[in-house]
Every structure is written in structure tokens, then in C-alpha cells.
Ligand binder design. Sequence first.
Ligand code: HEM
Length: 518
Amino acid sequence: MGHRPRHFHLICHRRENQHGHEEAFVQDPNAGHLRERLTFFKRYAESTNMLTEWKIFEVTMIVFLLWCIRYYWGRRRLYQMARQRPGPLALPLIGSAFYLMRSPKDAFDTMFKFAKQFKSPTPAWLGPMLFFMVWDPKSLKVILNDTNTLGKHNFYKFVGNLIGLGLIMHEVPKWRRHRRTILPIFNRNILKAFTDVFARHALILADELEERIGQRSFDIYRYCSGCVNDFIYETGLGVRGQSQSSKENYISCLDRAKNIVFLRINNIFYHSDWIFNLSSLSREYKKICEYIYTHVHMAIQQHNHTNSSNTFLQALIAATKEDPEFTEKDLQDEINAFVIAGKDTTTLTMCYTLIMLGMHPDVQKKLYDAVIVGDEDLLDRVLRETLRIFPPAPCISRKVDADIALDSCTIPAGSSVAIAIIALHRDPEVWPEPLKFYPDRFLGERAREPYDWLPFSGGPRNCVGRQYAFMALKVIISTLVKKYEFSTEYKSVEDIKFKPNLVLEPVKGFLVSINLRK
Ligand code: HEM
């Protein structure tokens, strides 16, 4: 755009300067006007600017309002359905998340409070997401067996495509194909072959604990997790001994990756891929994932050439040899799933069992008498009771793709269910005196396991590693109980408070003391 010509009417004058010389100068008779006009224009420009700004603001507000109306109108059914049943107070925008934001460390107490105050299922808003928290066996049976709740919650997408979590994360069609292939691998025969590995690592753990004999209370987690890492790694990838440090790196990379995902879930700004990709966490995450893949890739190469041992990886390679759709990336993802899903859950169960035995010397004595004669029934009940009071995965969630009709209400499509396993396991209506450690409650009727005991979840998408975990835990606990007497400074189950986390970890750790059995 060109400039508009400006017209000035100039008059020429003469005048004497300070040295007494005559000089010419020009004067604009309209200068005063000009100044006024300039001021006028300036004011006009300012006001038009303000007007433009105001208009932009107005238009933005109108667009935003229309968007809100459309958004809320599209979701009106969710709001309607949330009102079917009483639930915790929900504030605009953040919903009931303020309970967690106010006191994140009391997340579990809040859950127990809701379970006492409301009836299952109860609706709760986490920001814009509607959850139905469920903890009654009847509803859980319907929900876990409904084909429309097989999909995992969107939180899982934060794991991203980098570190695939195989079965744990797949969308339903892929999950179905892989589950069909993987389930037979966890059969009794292959698990029997693992028993020797569990037994060897149980003895190593028992030896390592000798340095703690007679000492005051210590946290046994480090010892147990070292043992579980070793046997999971060996039964999963079959690499033993020679690459100890790279194994440590692989395991700690998996731990860190999980930790970053947890940080991402907790920070709503990181829910946006765009913002997360700008962060240093994202760069760290990418590096870690590269390491994990190189590591698993090398293990696969080794297996392809040696065919040496009976491992999960070897069984998986054999089962998928003829399947062109099963790529090396799929293999890597399933191995990561095996290690990630099995590692913490099994370690935590082992530690909680030792704490419970330490707290209940009478049960420990009976257990010793039983395992010494090779009777595993009581050990089985002890593990079940421990998993009831301390389910390592205390709450899991699924998205709801189509309405689910329950006796008490309808869970609408587009919402999610939060399966509050720990609230179910501690509900006095389901389990009388729920905080009492009483393994014999699993005698008789309870041995049939309906939907009131769900540490491994239930329905078609339950845990595939249940038998593996039980087998490993039985070998380890019986080995330890034969050698040591355990005690703990925790006086009761109520003494054990939990960290806010995806898995159930005690704030003060797993404090035990050990003595050699006489
Ligand atoms: C005491 C030990 C264990 C407990 C309490 C446990 C618990 C669970 C739970 C609750 C789920 C469902 C998760 C969800 O739906 O979000 C699950 C899934 C899974 N678990 Fe376990 N688990 C244990 C041990 C293991 C072991 C040792 C392995 C492997 C060796 C394993 C492999 C898996 C896999 C692959 C899945 C995903 C299954 C699918 O989506 O089809 N778990 N586990």
C-alpha cells in the first residue's frame, strides 16, 4: 500500500538569527491544526485499535461459547447418566480431581472414603472424564465379561508407540490375535521347566539375606526385587550370567520409562503430545526406549542362532514363526509386557506375604510345618489372603464402548470404569472383618473364586501370568520360611499406609527382621 500524500501550506518568513544575520524560515499556518489533527488521528487509531481488539475478543468469546455449547450438547447424555447415582462432589472443569489435588498422598484413603460413603457403581469426574468407580462383585462380573469394556483407558496411550507394552496395551482386534497366540505359552509344561530357575534364585536370595540375620528392622524390597528381576529376565529372555550389567540397565530403563509415564499421567499439560515432546522428559524417554529395543533385539538375535533354552521368548518365536503379521517389533513389545507386568506385581506380593507372616507368627509356624512336609495348601491360602488385602494393582480402568446395563444403573458409552480392586477386597459386606489376615477364609466355598477376589482382574482380559506368579512365589516363600523366622515392626494392617502410585507400595517400605530358624 502506498502512502497518502500529505498537503502542507507553508509561508516563507525572514528573521534575524542569534548572530545578527538574516535568515529565511518557513512556517505552517496549520501547524496547530495539524497537531490537533494528529492527536485526533492518534486517538482515532487508538480507539479503532481498541475496537478491533474488542471485536477479536468478542468473536473469540462467541466462538468459544459455541464450541462449549456444542461440546456440552454432544456430551449431554454423559451428564445425564452421571446424575443417575450419587457420587462425590464435582467442581466445574476439574470435577472431583480436587480431592486428589488437595492431598495427593491420601489418594487411597479418599478411595476408601468414597467406598464407605457411596454405593457401587458411583460416578466421579476427573476433569472432563467420567468414571464409574465399581467395587461390587455382581456389577464387576457383568463389566469384566462385556466385550465393550475390553479396551484399555486412554491413559495407556501415554506409553506411546515407543515402548510397546504388548498385550497390556493393544487395541482390541490386535489384542485378540496376540492373546490367542500367547495364552498357550503359559501352559503347565513350560512353567514346570521354569521351576528350576525359580529354585536357584530362591537359594541365592536366601544366601543374600544372611547379612541381615539378627539385625534390626530393614526394608526387604531391594532383595526381593533383585531376585524377581533375575528370574523374570532369565525365564523371559533366557540370558543368564554373562550380561549382568546390561540386564541391570534394561531393567532400570524399564523402571524409568514407567516412572516417566506416571509423571506424564499426573501432569495434565503433558497430556498434550505437543507439549510433552518439547520437554526434556520426552528426550530422555526416547533415549531409554532406544536402549530397550536394542537390548531386546540383541536377545532375539541370540535366540535365533542358539535355540538353547526353554524361555518365554523362545516359545513365542516358535509360536509365531508361521505368522507373517507377527513382526520383530511385536516380539519385542510382548517381551517388554512380560517383564513389566510380572516384575513389580510379583515382587510386591512376595514382600507383603513376608510382612503378613512376620505380623502373624502363628500362621508362620503352621506354614513352616506344612512346607516342610511338602503340603502347599496353606501356602496357597496365605498368598490368596495377602493378595486380597494387598492387591499389587489396586485399581485398573477400562473404557466403555457401548452402554452396559447393570441392575442398579446403566454405564454409558464414552465413559470409563475404574475397577477398584482394593475397595472390593476390603468391603466388609463382601469380606467380613476385611483387615484381618485370615488365610482359612479361602477354605471351602471361597476356593471357587467368584468375582469378589480379583487381584489378577477377571474376564477375557485377565492376567496371563497368574500361574507363573503363583508358582514362583510358592518356591521362593517356602525356601525362605524353611530357613528364616520373619518378624515385623508393623503391628496391624491399618499401620501400612500407601504411596499414591499405580502399584500398591507402602510409604515406610517393607520393614522386617530375620533370624535363622532353630
Ligand atoms: C502377583 C502377581 C501379579 C498380579 C497381581 C497381576 C495382576 C494383573 C492385573 C490386575 C492385570 C490386568 C491389568 C489391566 O486390565 O489393566 C494383569 C494383566 C497382565 N499381566 Fe499380570 N499380574 C501378576 C503377575 C504377572 C506375571 C508374572 C506376568 C508375566 C509373566 C503377568 C503378565 C500380565 C500380562 C501380559 C497382562 C496383560 C493381559 C491382557 O491384557 O491380555 N502378570 N496382571
